[in-house]
Design a protein around this ligand. Structure first.
Ligand code: NAD
Length: 307
């Protein structure tokens, strides 16, 4: 397999993990970020990765997007959703005629945001269940099994995407090109809307929700609303699979604080617009009611404003 030039736009938890693991197997990776603490830590001490394969420190180039000059084969966007467009605007000069863009961010509307920066035939989207935590600047942890599904935004068959999926596999990030990746995106949106917004509003961990019968019921009811919206979009989402994933998290991810709760606690903006907000907007388009999703949207927006 020939080495790919890969730039990671947004080198926080996910971006540094993906970038580090891809660099480890020989790809030419550049990390692009705006967080001075992250840039300084990676420059001074390298990137420390701890996962099921062990702990190691990797030397990786990291810089602000406007300082970079390499036009990569793949620009992988891993900012939080509300920073996508600003980050891409600063990285516009890196998007050459051969550069393809990939978003593995959570939520809806990622392809549309990327579409402002490249032709649809060069945009890929996907869903990943890889978990990552930036425990300190320059230090990323990830554990457990995962899967990543990717597809070209225009549904086209693109050998470059197959090559990227192969690169992810070789890096220990099981990945595949999957025509049904959009189904996987929506099922994860149902999971995230159910758990993230409810944890954020109640300031409970995932286990805290799972331990309360009301929490469990509401989680599943919210997920069912989101899945109904996905079905109205013509997507063959599997309710049983999504509810089982939610039950698994409620039972086994006890101490986990979803990022939306962490963001609210840290008084940062959340990804509520691309989760609950986006679902409510699609529901309105189909004249479907999603009252619980909409109520959680309003509550998180108010909590954001208060913060
Ligand atoms: P994060 O906050 O750890 O990382 C985002 C990074 O983007 C930060 O380092 C930030 O400094 C950087 N950034 C912000 N504005 C920028 C700009 N203008 N230019 C360049 N960089 C900029 O977030 P994360 O947890 O890595 O999540 C990234 C995305 O992946 C989100 O959409 C999230 O929902 C999704 N996701 C996260 C996980 C997880 O376990 N962390 C799992 C699956 C999907």
């Amino acid at each position: 397999m020939s080495a790919l030039r890969i730039s990671i736009l947004g080198a926080g938890a996910m971006g540094s993990l993906f970038g580090g693991l891809l660099a480890e197997v020989g790809h030419a990776v550049e990390l692009l970020d705006v967080n001075p603490a992250q840039i300084a830590a990676v420059r001074e001490r390298g990137l420390l990765i701890r996962n099921d394969a062990g702990e190691r420190r990797l030397a990786l180039p990291i810089m602000r997007p406007e300082e970079a000059t390499t036009q990569p084969d793949w620009l992988i966007v891993f900012t939080k959703a509300m920073h996508t467009q600003g980050a891409l605007a600063a990285a516009k000069h890196l998007i050459g005629p051969q550069t393809r863009l990939l978003s593995l961010q959570n939520g809806l509307g990622n392809a549309e945001k990327l579409a402002g920066f490249a032709d649809a035939s060069r945009i890929a989207i996907g869903m990943t269940t890889v978990p990552a935590d930036l425990v300190a600047p320059g230090e990323v942890h990830s554990h457990g099994q995962s899967r990543t599904r990717v597809v070209m935004a225009d549904g086209g068959k693109e050998p470059a995407l197959a090559a990227l999926a192969a690169a992810l596999n070789a890096a220990g990030l099981p990945g595949a090109v999957d025509p049904d990746a959009v189904v996987a995106i929506w099922e994860k949106v149902a999971f995230n809307v159910a758990l993230n917004s409810l944890c954020a509003v109640t300031q409970r961990t995932v286990g805290g929700l799972g331990g309360a019968a009301e929490g469990r019921r509401l989680d599943h009811a919210v997920a069912s609303e989101v899945l109904a919206v996905a079905q109205a979009e013509g997507l063959a989402v599997l309710a049983q699979r999504t509810h089982a994933t939610i039950d698994h998290a409620l039972d086994h991810h006890g101490g986990h604080k979803p990022s939306m709760l962490q963001d609210l606690l840290a008084k940062r903006p959340t990804e509520i617009e691309t989760l609950n907000g986006a679902v409510v907007r699609v529901a309105e388009k189909h004249s479907i009611a999603a009252p619980r999703t909409e109520a959680l949207y309003a509550l998180v927006k108010m909590a954001e404003q208060a913060a």
